[in-house]
Design a protein around this ligand. Structure first.
Ligand SMILES: NC(=O)c1ccc[n+]([C@@H]2O[C@H](COP(=O)([O-])OP(=O)(O)OC[C@H]3O[C@@H](n4cnc5c(N)ncnc54)[C@H](O)[C@@H]3O)[C@@H](O)[C@H]2O)c1
Length: 447
């Protein structure tokens, strides 16, 4: 007898949930995507992604058309699936600690549904949660609301996600590892079986461990990457004080040492995005509550915060007072190929520029709509990278979009009042731009 193929449900159709759902469906796995946001569900049903992520629209269209992905706001659909991934948000509270309210609500809703289910169901925590959450809060809420026990009728795993916005689909299709934390082999085997089906012979290394260790892997990974960014930004700020030194050369040279590695050694305006700051704050808070103060991670965060001031200082050095100056911000998204502005360094820079009395006008190929939701008319917006520069006193490159990278000195100079360029992303060749007033993070003055 042919066994029924495994079906999964995913609760939370944000970046992680939707990309996971689209890739599962693309590999023939029947997937139900659940979200409380009706408008989002409606959009997904039409095969249209509610967020910008390369390749996602195409995958989503196929997934919906083939009926392998069904979007719904009714969590009871999870009943007809074999396992449920929780991919709801885990934002910060005021004090930096993790806000588990979405996890609690989603777990409770799911448990209520599973109360009536016959047969085994596996619950997988994919959201980033501090160590102990899966075995603590999630297990407690799940058992209470379902009236069932984890370990018998219910399976439970922690399975953190490592995809990156901007390359999320590719990351989901080709991860470097899968980390599964569980208390029992049945849960771990069920999840491994799903991934074996998904990846076939290309199954990446699977790390089987405890839920607490799996949870910490995710934080350790983000803390390391954030620290690497703050490290190279620190070196950049030192390099900038030294004539004839470019941090790019330093990064290239140290990156050749395999113990260091070349990735994440790009100096810039500081990290942004929905994860690094939030996860570092959660980890610091969690650790302090357990009696250990992780000084290194606090320094990583402080360095990142200060890096935005550094960018504004560079503009001030070129312009003198920023008061009443027209300063153009090229790029709002926290990195290229996304419309996400959460914790973007552009926002920190804009806030400083405003404090100093500058008139800020911004352009971004994708992120203007999201920025308007947050900053409204605190700044002005332009429709293209050329009109934005008209009469500008200074342009600051804040996102490394390919279309900014293509710009030449002739795209700046004739339009600007004074061609002052602060290249916070280091995307231009300093020699080519030397006839403009060009400065870049980590670039010492040439003699
Ligand atoms: N965004 C990333 O790059 C990334 C990468 C790795 C891990 N993570 C982690 O994954 C988790 C999700 O992140 P995200 O960026 O996808 O979040 P997101 O904010 O983009 O999406 C969360 C979704 O969950 C929905 N939701 C909230 N409560 C719900 C409920 N009770 N039932 C159904 N849906 C509900 C929201 O409406 C929203 O659509 C977080 O813990 C995050 O730290 C994110």
């Amino acid at each position: 007898m042919k066994s029924r193929s495994e079906a999964v449900s995913i609760v939370g159709m944000g970046y992680v949930g939707l990309c996971t759902a689209a890739t599962f469906a693309s590999r023939g796995i029947r997937t139900v995507g659940v979200d409380i946001d009706e408008a989002r569900v409606e959009q997904i049903r039409k095969g249209k992604a509610p967020l910008h992520e390369p390749q996602l629209d195409t995958l989503l269209k196929h997934a919906v058309k083939s009926k392998l992905l069904e979007a719904t706001s009714d969590i009871s659909s999870a009943n007809d699936t074999d396992m449920t991934f929780l991919t709801v948000g885990t934002p910060s509270q005021q004090d930096g600690s993790i806000d588990l309210s979405y996890i609690k609500n989603a777990t409770e809703d799911l448990g209520n549904v599973l109360r009536g289910k016959r047969g085994y169901h596996l619950v997988v925590v994919k959201s980033t949660v501090v160590p102990g959450t899966t075995n603590g809060t999630v297990k407690r809420f799940l058992e209470q609301s379902s009236g069932k026990n984890v370990g018998s009728a219910l399976g439970l795993c922690a399975n953190p996600e490592f995809l990156k916005e901007g390359t999320a689909i590719n990351d989901a299709l080709h991860p470097d590892k899968i980390v599964i934390g569980s208390n029992d082999m049945k849960s771990a085997n069920r999840l491994t079986r799903l991934y074996r089906k998904f990846y076939g012979p290309k199954l990446p290394p699977v790390i089987l461990t405890s839920p607490e260790a799996a949870e910490l892997v995710k934080y350790a990974s983000n803390a390391f990457l954030a620290t690497k960014v703050s490290f190279i930004n620190t070196v950049a700020n030192i390099a900038q004080q030294i004539p004839n030194v470019d941090v790019g050369t330093i990064a290239e040279a140290i990156g050749l040492d395999p113990r260091i590695g070349s990735l994440f050694l790009k100096a810039g305006p500081g990290y942004g995005g929905s994860c690094f700051h939030k996860d570092l704050q959660a980890l610091i808070n969690y650790s302090q509550n357990n009696g250990y103060d992780p000084t290194l991670f606090r320094a990583t965060e402080e360095t990142n915060e200060q890096q935005a001031n550094k960018v504004v200082d560079m503009a001030e050095t070129l312009l003198g007072s920023l008061s009443n100056k027209k300063v153009v911000v090229l790029g709002l998204a926290f990195k290229k190929d996304t419309d996400d502005i959460r914790e973007a360094s552009s926002l920190r820079v804009i806030s400083q520029l405003k404090k100093k009395g500058a008139h800020v006008i911004a352009f971004d190929p994708m992120a203007i709509a999201n920025t308007k939701k947050q900053l409204a008319d605190q700044i002005s917006y332009a429709d293209d990278p050329h009109s934005v520069l008209k009469g500008a006193d200074c342009a600051i490159i804040m996102t490394e979009w390919d279309e900014f990278r293509k710009l030449k000195p002739k795209d700046f100079q004739p339009y600007m009042k004074t061609p002052n360029i602060v290249d916070a992303r280091r995307i231009y060749d300093p020699k080519e731009f030397s006839r403009l007033n060009y400065v870049a993070i980590g670039l010492g003055a040439s003699r």
